[in-house]
Design a protein around this ligand. Structure first.
Ligand code: MSP
Length: 522
């Protein structure tokens, strides 16, 4: 097993509805990072799951005429099926109704109580049910609408247990200052810093108005506030509070990355670290907040009725193209507009033209000129001018890709892989193998050119694999290479010259069939 543990998480999704493009977006991004870190040899633990308690879920169950448990059990498989459809390689799938989570959550609460961080009080204020968030009058201003989602808030009065969040204000600010990487991107960090600087209020952490939640161990008339319950999933999944799993917990925690949408950073960057501080636990290294996917300029959400189902797009474009589009066309960290039109453009341009055609024409030339066998490159005493520049691009790719991925800049990471793909297309044009094939004197040059181009394709497939796992596996299969997903040493595998001479190359069907009927795009 590799030494380095790399633990990354997505938010756990509410089960009030089925997965949509927004929730799939976070999950795909996390999956691409998980796959990349496995390629470089880390011992990855990738967690996703479901947020199954709370008033909103209880209401969804009621509306559908089911008990909350029946309801969550009916929705959970839809999430699991969607993640399977999208080739998500999560190592664990946590549901907050599982005993392992309930035990850990109760344990954490007991610890907080023993440490004097919880006290009884009375809450009067506003509550946004769809976001399960408390608001003060000042936060609302004049209106009665949620500042985050714009929906109407309700006034609630309850006897609750409170968490001394205010006591952690200074320590949180110190942590942000000492660890600039803790909240990314920077705009989000600034937002959280000014939120915390403006003063933290203690947080109500239990509810009595309904029963669908984890009862407080010492006061079962109260159930845990759903956000408090949910955040704990990140540690309950890796064994917190379970003596039998102490080693696992020590190895996995703290997490390297929490992936979240920008709407939930206060929970992840203020409340969650304060909970961890109160429990004497380390903080995660980075909370990375991505933006919203917008369709026609509006946030995609169920209430706005502009939600597209991932399955529809997968059916039309295929899984790899789906994953590619969202990570290439939307800058991770900022809001991004998505449309069928731009998806078709990316598909036809980047995938069918650049990548798919490169493989087709190169593999068919290998069949035509070398009976489908990887030829022996024959280098002249001095490296050919074309080869030098070309190899330089392939050799620069690992570092460029790593730089981009360490900032979760998927677009730039893909761009760097595309530089090699485009350079390979140019290399073929510049060297015109079809001319070299005409004379015996240029036979050796032809061997070298085809070898080099095939080698570049082998390397490009490695670096596109985290985002497009199926296509990369197929390209490697056609080159008679092993299972690309078994690679755990990218540094060695991506070195130039590892393509074995003599391997059989299969032409195969086009990897991406150009989409022609664009009338209904938009
Ligand atoms: N259950 C909470 C998270 C608890 S984590 C301890 C929750 N669930 S959610 O299902 O509403 O949303 C989860 C994530 O999906 C959020 O990070 C949110 O930003 C993301 N998305 C939902 N709609 C989105 C878009 N339209 N675009 C991009 N992502 C958005 O919040």
């Amino acid at each position: 097993m590799a030494d380095r543990s790399f633990y990354l998480t997505t938010p756990i999704y509410y089960v009030n509805s089925v997965p949509h493009l927004g929730t799939a977006y976070t999950t795909i991004a996390a999956d691409a990072l998980a796959r990349y870190r496995r390629l470089v040899g880390d011992d990855v633990y990738f967690l996703t799951g479901l947020d199954e308690h709370g008033q909103k879920v209880a209401q969804a169950a009621e509306t559908n005429g089911m008990s909350p448990q029946e309801w969550v059990d009916s929705i959970a498989p839809k999430f699991e099926d969607t993640w399977e459809l999208l080739d998500i390689t999560n190592d664990d799938f946590i549901r907050t109704t599982e005993p392992r989570h309930e035990r850990a959550a109760s344990h954490l609460l007991e610890v907080l109580k023993e440490n004097g961080d919880l006290y009884q009080g009375h809450y009067e204020g506003w509550y946004c049910l769809p976001d399960e968030t408390f608001y003060t009058q000042e936060q609302l201003g004049e209106g009665k609408c949620c500042p985050s989602c714009g929906r109407e808030v309700q006034f609630i009065r309850e006897d609750n247990w409170f968490f001394r969040l205010s006591a952690y204000q200074d320590r949180l600010l110190e942590h942000y200052a000492a660890h600039p990487e803790f909240i990314q991107p920077e705009t989000r960090r600034n937002e959280v810093v000014s939120f915390v600087q403006s003063g933290l209020k203690d947080l109500s952490v239990s509810r009595t108005a309904f029963t669908w939640g984890i009862p407080l161990p010492w006061d079962p008339d109260h159930v845990m506030y759903v956000w408090f319950d949910a955040l704990i999933n990140y540690i309950s999944a890796v064994g917190y509070g379970d003596p039998a799993k102490a080693d696992e917990f020590a190895r996995r925690w703290p997490a390297q990355f929490h992936f979240v949408g920008k709407d939930i950073i206060r929970f992840h960057c203020a409340i969650w670290p304060a909970m961890l501080m109160a429990a004497g636990l380390e903080l995660p290294q980075t909370v990375f907040a991505h933006g919203f996917l917008l369709t026609k300029g509006e946030k995609m959400s169920k209430s706005k009725g502009n939600v597209m189902a991932p399955a529809e797009l997968v059916e039309r474009f295929g899984v790899d193209a789906y994953r590619y589009y969202f990570l290439r066309d939307v800058q991770f960290g900022t809001d991004g507009s998505i449309s069928l039109e731009s998806m078709v453009q990316r598909f036809n341009g980047d995938l069918a033209n650049d990548w798919g055609n490169l493989c087709s024409r190169l593999f068919s030339m290998t069949r035509k000129y070398f009976d489908g066998i990887v030829p022996q490159p024959v280098e002249a005493p001095v490296l050919h001018e074309f080869d030098d520049a070309f190899r330089g691009i392939a050799e620069g790719l690992p570092a460029a890709y790593e730089r981009a991925m360490s900032r979760l800049d998927y677009a730039a990471a893909l761009e760097s892989a595309w530089e090699l793909i485009k350079a390979t297309n140019r290399y073929i044009e510049d060297n015109a193998p079809w001319n070299l094939a005409k004379a015996e004197e240029t036979r050796e040059r032809l061997q070298t050119v085809i070898y080099n181009a095939l080698e570049a394709v082998r390397i490009a497939a490695l670096f596109t694999a985290p985002v497009m796992p199926r296509t990369s596996a197929e390209v490697w299969r056609r080159l008679s290479l092993g299972d690309i997903h078994a690679t755990t040493d990218l540094a060695t595998e991506s070195a130039w010259g590892r393509l074995p001479v003599g391997n059989v190359v299969e032409k195969g069907e086009p990897l991406f069939m150009r989409i022609v009927e664009e009338e209904d795009a938009g």
